[in-house]
Write a protein that binds this ligand. Structure first.
Ligand code: ATP
Ligand code: MG
Ligand code: FE
Length: 356
């Protein structure tokens, strides 16, 4: 089975052709991603209107390039998969309408894919991971711990009650005068900082629920910075290092509880329990080390797909479509609508129905 995938939910325009071989193995034939980082950097964040226009300009060319690189024609693909939520509605409209048009013109089924489902299933494309497993998604827009039980079977165990983790990095960078996107800048700056200089809060640590909260951390950073202003380079480095340490401490507690819960729930499992990370924040080395150590402690396999597939891409959308085809789940009607909000555990395989 061969499928064309389209992703336009945020600030990456992407197209990809992925094949699923008879033995279930996935293979990426092409994977083209155009990041809009430069268009948005002057604004210190993604501007929805600019994003939507940039998708319009780039998408057709990227789809052609993806087909060319894969060396397949539209006639040779079996289906089209397009992200239809959650995300910025303007971008979603561009990608989903393009997907519909291609599906209609080429007479192929259309799969309207939940972006989060793409992240959730990537580890099966890269590592052939068996169900069930836990997935931690940490990006600019999401922070979720999800039980992945099967295709279309997801349970959200925890989510952020305020800022996403990447957002916390971006906002902290901004208030320290570091460049956008904040994650890489904070990580670099933290390398020569003293992580013990500032005692920053670790919200929700110790609580039984598996949710996250990061806005208090950002507020505490602002307070610390105000208290010692004007900041010199060492001050900024110390704040960044302390910030990352607080995040590692928080994740250790939150994710540790999740791993323990998974172990309890699936004690009879004959495969090794696994934790998968996804999202741009997964690039952070300190966070990776923390998760790795945690997995070692709890007897979990730690799966980190290559960074290119951890951040937004269309190969994961294509793969999610292939998984649905392989599971013989229905395609979507051509009047399917994009949804800016679309929790993964509500009615994930079809956009019809109420959803929460
Ligand atoms: P989504 O819609 O999936 O949330 P997104 O574009 O917001 O998409 P990604 O592209 O997956 O998210 O990741 C971008 C985020 O990752 C930004 O918030 C960025 O600051 C953060 N990030 C990138 N590199 C690092 C790093 N080394 N350390 C911490 N955060 C990082
Ligand atoms: Mg992005
Ligand atoms: Fe994403």
């Amino acid at each position: 089975l061969r499928i064309l995938g389209i992703e336009t939910s945020c600030d990456e325009t992407a197209a990809s052709v992925v094949v699923r071989h008879a033995d279930g193995r996935g293979e990426i034939l092409s994977d083209v991603v155009l990041s809009q980082l430069e268009e948005h950097s002057a604004f210190g964040g993604v501007v929805p209107e600019i994003a939507a226009r940039a998708h319009v300009e780039a998408l057709d060319g990227l789809i052609e390039e993806a087909l060319e690189r894969a060396d397949v024609s539209l006639a040779e693909i079996d289906a089209v998969a397009a992200t239809s939520g959650p995300g910025l509605i303007g971008g979603l409209l561009v990608g989903l309408m393009t997907g519909k048009a291609i599906a209609r013109a080429a007479g192929k089924p259309l799969y309207a894919v939940n972006h989060l489902e793409g992240h959730a299933l990537t580890a099966r494309l890269t590592d052939g991971l068996p169900f069930p497993y836990l997935m931690l998604l940490v990006s600019g827009g999401h922070t979720q711990l999800v039980l992945v039980n099967g295709v279309g079977e997801y349970e959200r165990w925890g989510t952020t009650i305020d800022d996403a983790l990447g957002e916390a990095f971006d906002k902290t960078a901004k208030l320290l005068g570091l460049p956008y996107p904040g994650g890489p800048a904070v990580e670099r700056t933290a390398l020569h900082g003293d992580a013990d200089r500032f005692k920053l809060p670790r919200p929700l640590v110790g609580e039984a629920r598996l949710d996250f909260s990061f806005s208090g951390l950002k507020t505490a950073v602002r307070q610390a910075a105000t208290d010692i202003a004007p900041l010199d380079d060492q001050d900024v480095a110390d704040i960044c290092a302390s910030f990352q340490k607080a995040i590692s401490g928080t994740l250790k507690d939150r994710i540790g509880r999740g791993l323990a819960r998974f172990r309890d729930q699936f004690s009879g499992l004959d495969t090794e329990p696994a934790l998968v990370v996804a999202g741009g924040v997964a690039a952070n080395q300190e966070i990776r080390r923390t998760l790795q150590a945690l997995c070692l402690e709890y007897g979990f396999r730690f799966v980190a797909p290559p960074m290119r597939l951890c951040t937004d891409n269309a190969a994961m959308i294509a793969w999610a479509g292939l998984e649905r085809m392989a599971a013989e789940l229905p395609a979507d009607p051509l009047d399917v609508q994009p949804r800016s909000r679309w929790p993964l555990d509500s009615n994930a395989q079809t956009l019809l129905g109420s959803g929460k």
